[in-house]
Write a protein that binds this ligand. Structure first.
Ligand code: DQA
Length: 145
């Protein structure tokens, strides 16, 4: 079965208790369950990962090549800073959807910059946990094309 990597970056392990007014009360484990169930519905395996470390995220992106047909990535704050993650995505040449729970464009100016957007298929932000499922659908539609 075709597989999607859902990769989460720093501080997202704290979802549920981290600034619930901004990020909601859904935990990362809840999101993992939602993604697994949605994967079954749309016919994709899902590998779910989280790391607080930029280099580990680079390694996970490299390892995705040949194993997954696409990546959904919420890189957290690394979105706004990481040339290394941008280069990793460009290197593996897999379709990637950039994902944010919050609408980053309605927030501080520093969140309006994304290195990941430069190499992403597209961006989904502002729809909370539901955004992960929309991003999976976008990968599916892209692969079917
Ligand atoms: C986030 C938005 C980022 O700006 C922030 O640093 C995060 C979470 C989001 O999901 O809304 O850690 O990626």
């Amino acid at each position: 079965m075709l597989s999607i990597l859902v990769l989460n970056g720093p501080n997202l392990n704290l979802l549920g208790t981290r600034q619930p007014d901004v990020y909601g009360s859904t935990t990362l484990a809840d999101i993992e369950g939602m993604c697994a169930r949605h994967g079954k519905q749309i016919g994709f395996d899902v590998e779910f990962a989280q790391s607080n470390h930029e280099g580990v995220m680079v390694d996970l992106i490299h390892a995705a090549r040949g194993r997954h047909v696409g990546i959904v990535m919420n890189a957290g704050a690394y979105t706004h800073t990481s040339i290394a993650l941008m280069d990793a995505v460009a290197s593996v040449e897999l379709p990637l959807v950039e994902l944010h729970l919050s609408n980053v464009h309605a927030r501080e100016d520093f969140r309006h910059t994304s290195y990941i957007a430069k190499v992403a298929l597209g961006i989904i932000c502002g729809f909370g946990a539901q955004g992960y499922l929309l991003a999976m659908d976008a990968i599916k539609a892209h692969v079917a094309d």
